[in-house]
Write a protein that binds this ligand. Structure first.
Ligand code: SF4
Length: 347
């Protein structure tokens, strides 16, 4: 019999509800969550495909390319943690609020570094715009192809435009966002310098990409000067929640920390495609992931953990609203908190 359970889409920080369809314990697809207030029954293609990345689940822990039981992997991790000096724990917006808190406590208890990378966006600690603010904005500056990458925010931008808002963007010519923009600029500087002074208190700067801390500072400076709001839209579902608990680092700061790291513990992420760094220079990488990825393939130790489908907890969406979710399938895999407890017990 088919079973449908409500949860949250894990594929970006908008926080859309999604229904997961399962058959005798196996996930077979997704279905729009009609009454969810964020997306009102719509899910984009990324959201609809969000279950597919969990098809190749890791079945066993791995040490030096051989399958081992979890206890053996935990012993190996502890041996590395005890014998090396510079330990860095990496968390990201793929981790729930509860996971991030567990990772932070683990770091503090043992004097480890903790790192968080969230799309090169740092220092967003104040209030941000709500999705209603976007929909009701008089003017919008959009940085990045938000309509393509985060379509359920894009929908709000289209509603604003239908209501008469002016849309100025820095996005590639021919992109989905370009198609709804009144003006398209060549750079962040160009769009902020040309149209920043048009913003007012009912305007919003929406962005899903920044190249540098300087670009982010310019966005914040213009929004402060014009009394308008900003809405950073992250690529990972709980990056806003993670940034509220751990200070996010810029790419340069993160690479500097990696350069000084002997043992890197990566919690539920795939860093290698995202960060340009010689990961082979780190003596031990440990990945805690539900499914194989590029970083787990380069790791000396891999521990399978629960996927989002098997987990429960809370995410904070891009506008800062905490949303809870339940597991949609049962699993014997360990959660992040359980794996940390096992390691801590043996240290
Ligand atoms: S906009 Fe983001 S959260 Fe919403 S369905 Fe698409 S990927 Fe998922």
């Amino acid at each position: 019999m088919l079973e449908i359970k409500h949860t949250l889409c894990p594929s970006c920080s908008v926080g859309c509800g999604i229904n997961v369809v399962s058959h005798e314990g196996d996930v077979v697809g997704t279905y729009p969550y009609k009454r969810h207030p964020v997306n009102e029954g719509k899910n984009c293609l990324n959201g609809r495909n969000s279950v597919e990345i969990y098809e190749n689940k890791l079945e066993s822990a791995i040490v030096s390319n051989s399958d081992v039981d979890i206890d053996k992997a935990i012993d190996e991790i502890c041996s590395n943690l005890k014998s090396k000096d510079n330990i860095t724990l990496f968390c990201s917006g793929n981790n729930s609020v509860e996971d991030i808190e567990a990772i932070k406590n683990f770091a503090e208890k043992n004097n480890y570094n903790i790192a968080l990378y969230a799309d090169n966006i740092v220092g967003i600690d104040g209030e941000v715009a709500s999705y209603d603010d976007v929909e009701k904005a008089s003017k919008l500056i959009v940085i990045g192809d938000v309509l393509y990458t985060n379509p359920l925010i894009g929908r709000r931008i289209i509603h604003a435009k239908d209501n008469g808002a002016d849309v100025y963007s820095f996005t590639p010519e021919g992109s989905v966002t370009a198609n709804v923009s009144d003006e398209i600029c060549d750079s962040i500087d160009d769009v902020l310098n040309s149209f920043g002074d048009n913003l007012d208190e009912s305007s919003v700067i929406v962005f899903n990409t920044v190249n540098s801390s300087e670009d982010l500072d310019k966005i914040k400076e213009i929004s402060d000067k014009r009394n308008s709001k900003i809405l950073p839209v992250f690529s990972k579902c709980n990056s806003k929640g993670a940034c509220d608990i751990v200070n996010a680092q810029s790419k340069e700061e993160f690479v500097e920390l990696l350069n000084a790291t002997d043992v890197l513990l990566v919690f539920n992420d795939d860093l290698i495609p995202e960060i340009d760094f010689d990961f082979a220079s780190i003596s031990t990488i440990v990945s805690f992931v539900p499914c194989e990825n590029s970083t787990s393939n380069a790791s000396q130790i891999v521990v399978p953990i629960k996927s989002w489908l098997e987990n429960e907890g809370s995410f904070v969406n891009a506008m800062g609203e905490t949303q809870t979710f339940d597991a949609v399938i049962e699993s014997d895999a360990l959660g992040v908190d359980e794996v940390i407890e096992k390691i801590q017990d043996k240290l």
